[in-house]
Design a protein around this ligand. Structure first.
Ligand code: MG
Length: 342
């Protein structure tokens, strides 16, 4: 297989600000694997500096694994991914872009969409949420919430973790009285702050709280969960399947993201391990195009919650694939990932 990589700049409609900062421009890497007969598998690396990656590190990793891919049997995905993992540690966004491309190739060769190869029922996908980032002003917040409601999103995921949390969540609830609300504090709270916020969130009908505390604070997460009226879901604390057992009994669920877990096979393993521990599983995303979103969407039938709005937050999406209308995720029926250029 020949490897091609191209950096794409994605611009968000609105600045995407969370507890640890944010931006309006994100650089992802579009990966193409071209087989001897010209069949192409596609993938996207949504490099996230928080997890130690940039577009440049992705390009460097791809150069390093190029000889492995050039010599690889495109059917032997596990063998190829194991060779890549022996060659280089972490760098999950770079690796998962290759994994997406390998699976896309297999789907195209067999003429089947990934969900069908995996034996899944696309109608079983839960509704996707739409993220409301931390706003500059409450007027901005009202405008964005109205925009999301007008676009038909039934579930809003509200980013908290600033000194305006109470105002923000009350304003969202007033502006969208009928929406299902979820909250993500992105590691910004202390256990005391979390326990002060959760009763208010429960009163306002919030469904669950994502990553209230620092990722390493498992004792704190257990302390909060034991006193919380709402389920707690770990995101930054859970990167790969091997992180799940230590979170069992400490949180209620985990948030899977392809750009954290390095391969589609690993993502399916993470889901299986979480299920074995009786935990809820959601899938989230980075700011990424419909290419990476569609790869994650193929897993949606296996999940309790999905938050796959990364492409919906963009001013312009370079790809077309899975669609989300009124929160309903519709998977492509074309082979592989089922993604085309927009
Ligand atoms: Mg999160």
């Amino acid at each position: 297989m020949k490897l091609h990589a191209e950096v794409l700049t994605l611009k968000t409609k609105h600045p995407f600000i969370i507890a640890r900062g944010g931006a309006s421009e994100y650089r992802t890497v579009f990966v193409r694997l071209v087989d001897a007969d010209g069949t192409e598998g596609w993938g996207e690396a949504a490099a996230t500096p928080y997890y130690g990656e940039t577009a440049e590190t992705v390009l460097a990793v791809l150069e390093r694994v190029r000889p492995i891919l050039e010599a690889a049997d495109p059917w032997q995905i596990d063998v190829t991914e194991a060779a890549i993992n022996r060659s280089i540690g972490r760098n999950p966004a770079a690796k998962v872009a290759v994994s997406m491309a390998l699976w896309d190739l297999v789907g195209k060769r067999t003429g089947q969409p990934l969900w069908k190869l995996w034996g899944l029922d696309p109608a079983a996908s839960p509704a996707s949420s739409f993220t409301i980032a931390i706003p500059a002003t409450l007027d901005d917040l009202r405008a964005r919430v109205r925009e999301a409601v007008a676009a038909g999103y039934p579930v809003l995921k509200v980013k908290l973790g600033s000194d305006r949390d109470e105002q923000i969540i009350r304003t969202v609830r007033e502006t969208a009285p009928g929406a299902l609300l979820r909250v993500d504090a992105n590691c910004a709270w202390t256990p005391r702050r979390a326990l002060a916020m959760i009763p208010l969130l429960a009163d306002l009908g919030v469904e669950f709280v994502e990553q209230p505390l620092e990722p390493w604070d498992l004792d704190g997460l257990r302390f909060v969960r034991e006193r919380s009226a709402l389920p707690i879901v770990a995101d930054e604390s859970c990167l790969m399947a091997s992180d799940v057992p230590k979170l069992a009994g400490i949180v209620d669920g985990v948030n899977l993201k392809l750009a954290k877990c390095a391969s589609l096979g690993e993502a399916r393993k993470l889901i299986t391990v979480a299920r074995a521990h009786g935990m809820l599983v959601m899938a989230g995303c980075m700011i990424e195009s419909s290419l990476a979103i569609t790869a994650a969407a193929h897993l949606a039938p296996l999940l309790d919650y999905v938050d796959l709005d990364g492409a919906a937050l963009l001013a312009a999406d370079p790809f077309r694939g899975a669609t989300i209308t009124n929160g309903v995720v519709t998977l492509p029926t074309t082979p592989g990932l089922g993604v085309t250029r927009a």
